[in-house]
Design a protein around this ligand. Structure first.
Ligand code: F6P
Ligand code: MN
Length: 328
């Protein structure tokens, strides 16, 4: 029996039709999916071609190795430019905001290669993106959008081959890459309500550097859940979406070497924290920062702004938010 699969593009065409949307978003999504596939291809073949080395490494041909994060950045920019739909892009790999097409409709914020400590091992990394729409009437309203103003956010887990997309007020869907390099078999994802599969995910080496209230919460609660940490937000968040629980990257405020404190957190707001917070909201969950403020409400002041992140099942994140809102 032949098994016919619904492709991502077919799914999205129907979605756009159902909600009476324009084709512009389709063109943008096609660009992002092409980028996702090419990054997947380069990453899969990277170990053989010598792309997974460190900057400054020399490959067998005697050429300087291009870092995988640079390759992923170039691939993504190529497709975004080619789409003609993007006004500005913000990439983790570029200090400056990238001006693309003054007539473009969308802002795209992306991390082309998330979880870089996994690169030399060929282990899962992510390509994360958030999309906001430019103000089409009236004056231009800039590129610094809060997550609540995103219209979609997605992540590819590479080379695993999963693609997760959150669509504003329309849910979170997961797809898997097939032999023909199509993302297929749409499945709507909702965080499981039953705590029996819930997991906790954080860098345990940092736990004594967290705020005392968070340390106390961990001590009191950690035995209830399995603990998992891959070290790539995309991979850890992928597990969390399917199993429930909480991923956190709290502020570092009690490091023995105070210079290593990170009171603002480590992760980037616009293309990491807001992306997973958006996907999570569409799957029935929530996310807050170190003050207990919903991540999606935070108005960025600068494009590479950092944030602490607590994301996952509502009851756990609400518990943390209540603790964080009380003065320490
Ligand atoms: O992009 C930052 C990142 O690589 C995330 O993907 C990941 O969750 C986190 O940093 C891991 O940080 P650490 O190595 O400090 O645990
Ligand atoms: Mn990253």
């Amino acid at each position: 029996m032949i098994q016919f699969e619904q492709t991502f593009m077919n799914f999205l065409l129907h979605h756009q039709e159902k909600y009476g949307r324009t084709y512009h978003f389709l063109i943008l999504m096609d660009a992002l999916v092409s980028a996702g596939k090419y990054i997947q291809h380069y990453y899969l073949t990277g170990a053989l071609k010598g792309h997974l080395g460190r900057a400054g490494d020399i490959n067998v041909q005697g050429e300087e190795v291009m870092q995988m994060d640079q390759i992923a950045h170039e691939i993504t920019l190529h497709y975004l430019r080619n789409s003609g739909r993007v006004i500005h892009a913000v990439s983790e790999e570029s200090e400056e905001i990238i001006q693309i097409n003054p007539d473009g409709r969308y802002f795209v914020y992306f991390d082309p290669m998330d979880g870089s400590s996994n690169i030399p091992h060929g282990l899962p990394i992510g390509f994360l993106f958030g999309i906001a729409k430019r103000n089409l009437e009236g004056p231009e309203d800039g590129h610094l959008r809060a997550g609540k103003d995103y219209i979609a956010a997605g992540m590819f887990v590479i080379p695993t081959g999963t693609f997760t997309l959150g669509l504003k007020e329309a849910g979170t869907y997961q797809f898997h890459i097939d032999e023909t390099m199509n993302f297929v078999r749409p499945r709507q994802v909702m965080l499981p309500q039953d705590p029996k599969t819930w997991e906790l995910s954080f860098n345990a080496a940092n736990r004594y550097t967290y705020d005392e209230r968070i340390q106390r919460w961990i001590t009191e609660n950690e035995r209830k859940y399995a603990f998992r940490y891959l070290g790539a937000l995309a991979g850890d968040f992928h597990r969390l979406l399917n199993n429930g629980g909480m991923f956190m990257y709290p502020a570092i405020v009690n490091h023995p070497n105070p210079k290593k404190n990170r009171p603002e957190g480590k992760l980037r707001l616009m293309y990491e924290a807001s992306v997973v917070a958006f996907i999570c909201r569409e799957a029935g969950g929530m996310a807050v920062d170190e003050t207990g403020t919903p991540i999606l409400e935070i108005q960025p002041r600068k494009h590479h702004q950092r944030s602490a992140l607590y994301v996952g099942s509502k009851t756990l994140v609400e518990e943390i938010a209540t603790i964080l809102k009380k003065s320490g």
